[in-house]
Design a protein around this ligand. Structure first.
Ligand code: ATR
Length: 288
């Protein structure tokens, strides 16, 4: 019987994870099945247990909105960046225990540094938003040794508490990690501006000053399948732009590696999803 995997979320019908993981399995010759699993909002843990109890061949789950934090609570141990992210997007059943991983940050880093050839070392980074998406990527971004990371958020308290949560890693950035309200960004310039807010999904954008992009800056929106107002704003000011499709595929490849011990080639899958273009529904946050 093939090993069984699924993505669990609510809603989950839009998820591209089954397409991505089936493509990885074909390309690497792995005999697996991968489905979508809709969990009731009040029964995430029961749904996870049922998946592994009902399916003897159940080996792993991807977790998507809104359950990534809850997944962190129910797993038996946390691996790598999942511990401090306090969010889990990949569960692996191993030796009867549920291991929790978070591959979102590594996925973003690989997309930035390998696919887009934009090394983070020495760069001034601005991240907009202080929700789960930002939690998942701050530590891996710091590990890439930027000059600085500023977290801007509409609700400043949330950005301040996120920065305080990750304070023991802040020295990885020469100039540290800090929280600022959008109004305080006036006059500052950044080499990479990452939109980790959900604003683009509703056709809005955070209130960025006009001059925020340094020459040669990259504007990155974690939302995929749509040109957001932020990306239009950035392109009009001469910045290079990228949506979150590369991050989506890279975090999936990292999950596949956790489960199967083999890292699939991501480029053909990214190219294929880009070619699908308009047929994809917009989604946010490296979301499985
Ligand atoms: P996720 O887990 O995807 O990060 P979330 O926890 O709901 O989702 O966080 C969404 C983020 O987008 C928040 O930082 C939110 O700002 P607030 O904390 O002030 O609510 C941000 N956001 C959503 N819509 C926005 C908008 N129109 N402008 C600016 N920020 C926005």
């Amino acid at each position: 019987m093939p090993d069984k995997y699924a993505v669990i979320g609510n809603p989950v019908g839009h998820s591209l994870s089954p397409d991505i993981h089936r493509a990885f399995a074909r390309a690497t010759g792995q005999d697996i099945t991968y489905d979508r699993l809709l969990a009731p909002l009040d029964a995430f843990e029961a749904s996870v247990r049922k998946f592994f109890n009902d399916h003897e061949s159940g080996r792993g789950l991807n977790v998507t909105l809104p359950f990534k934090r809850e997944a962190w609570d129910i797993v038996d141990c946390h691996c790598g960046y999942a511990l401090d992210a306090e969010a889990v997007n990949t569960i692996k059943l191993t030796g009867g225990r549920l291991e929790g991983h978070n591959t979102d940050g590594v996925g973003l880093l690989r997309d930035l540094e390998q696919n887009l050839e934009f090394p983070i070392r020495g760069k001034r980074v601005l991240i907009m938003g202080a929700g789960g998406a930002t939690h998942g990527v701050v530590q891996p971004l710091l590990a890439a040794r930027p000059e600085s990371i500023i977290v801007a958020n509409r609700t400043l308290d949330k950005a301040a508490s996120l920065v305080s949560h990750f304070r023991r890693f802040r020295d990885l950035a020469a100039d540290g990690l800090a929280a600022l309200p959008y109004e305080r960004l006036a006059g500052a310039q950044f080499d990479v501006v990452i939109n980790a807010t959900s604003a683009g999904l509703t056709g809005e954008m955070p209130p960025l000053p006009q001059s925020v992009f340094a020459p040669g800056a990259l504007a990155y929106d974690m939302v995929y399948g749509k040109v957001t107002p932020f990306l239009k704003f950035a392109a009009a000011r001469g910045a290079r732009t990228a949506d979150g499709i590369g991050m989506l595929v890279e975090q999936a490849a990292e999950s596949f590696l956790v489960w199967r011990g083999v890292r699939p080639d991501t480029k053909p899958v990214i190219d294929w999803l880009r070619a699908e273009g308009g047929n994809m529904r917009a989604e946010g946050g490296g979301s499985t």
